[in-house]
Write a protein that binds this ligand. Structure first.
Ligand code: FES
Length: 123
């Protein structure tokens, strides 16, 4: 569901600044807490994807047991708890306990070098 992220407690408003693009290592991830709302960011060049950092398997943060989430080929995010795999670009479950599940994607917008929460549904 495109707007499932809004159902989480503390979901930020559109236009809320998340971080600077340069805060996210290229071809890697950054997990942060935005006033109590857990966000997982993936940067592939200038393209940034954001997901609620809650694995649909047990709703634990994907980085609960470490910060190495992205696969060597930069296509899959693997939960550190039980290795569910999700597409880095869509959040769709592609491996193990991720099959049939999906990360909840958050739309993003760009303002200069800042990454913001985007308008609803515009992912
Ligand atoms: S909590 Fe992510 S795979 Fe179990």
């Amino acid at each position: 569901m495109a707007e499932a992220w809004k159902r989480y407690r503390g979901a930020p408003q559109a236009g809320t600044r998340i971080c600077a693009l340069s805060d996210i290592p290229n071809e890697n991830t950054l997990c942060l807490d935005l006033d109590g709302f857990p966000i997982l960011l993936v940067r592939l060049g200038d393209d940034v994807r954001a997901y609620v950092n809650a694995c649909p398997h047990q709703y634990l943060p994907l980085d609960h047991k470490g910060d190495k989430l992205i696969s060597a080929d930069k296509t899959i995010l693997r939960c550190t708890n039980h290795a569910a795999g999700f597409s880095a670009t869509t959040g769709e479950g592609v491996e193990g306990l991720g099959i049939g599940e999906c990360l909840d994607r958050i739309p993003v917008a760009y303002e200069g070098q800042s990454i913001l929460v985007g308008d609803s549904g515009a992912v």
